[in-house]
Design a binder for this molecule. Structure first.
Ligand SMILES: [Zn+2]
Length: 140
């Protein structure tokens, strides 16, 4: 397993009880040790990393339009932040509607895709489903 930061101080500081791992700007940060970290969690976070890459590409495209057509200089942050902006907006809208933050977490489209595909590594190669570019859109 690569690019995983075990026993990570940032994960320990910012993740609530019951949450152990986060994909943070492409890095996988976990409270767990290498021995306790599961392959399923690793696969889940790798799907988030691919979603982050999708959003970086989409954000780059939007940045070019906003930067050159509208002179919005701040659009330069879009490739790095679009994943988190979309995640937060969907979370807030669903929180207002559902009023149950645990249920909201599992209903966010990025999480639904990650939970749906995190166990695919256990299936035979020919039957495996994998993340597709912007695949999380179908989980809305
Ligand atoms: Zn997740």
């Amino acid at each position: 397993m690569k690019a995983v930061f075990y026993n990570n101080w940032f994960a320990k500081l910012f993740l609530k009880e019951g949450y152990s791992t986060i994909m943070f700007f492409g890095l996988i940060l976990t409270k767990q040790t290498k021995e306790t970290f599961s392959r399923t969690t690793y696969e889940h976070e790798c799907i988030h990393r691919e979603q982050f890459a999708d959003c970086a590409m989409l954000g780059g495209f939007l940045m070019l339009i906003a930067f050159f057509a509208l002179q919005w200089w701040w659009a330069i942050v879009l490739p790095f932040t679009l994943f988190y902006i979309l995640y937060l907006v969907e979370w807030l809208i669903k929180l207002i509607i559902q009023r149950d933050w645990r249920r909201v977490y599992r209903s966010i489209s990025f999480e639904r895709e990650a939970y749906d595909l995190q166990g695919e590594y256990m299936r035979p190669c020919a039957q495996r489903r994998s993340h597709r570019t912007l695949g999380w859109l179908k989980y809305f």
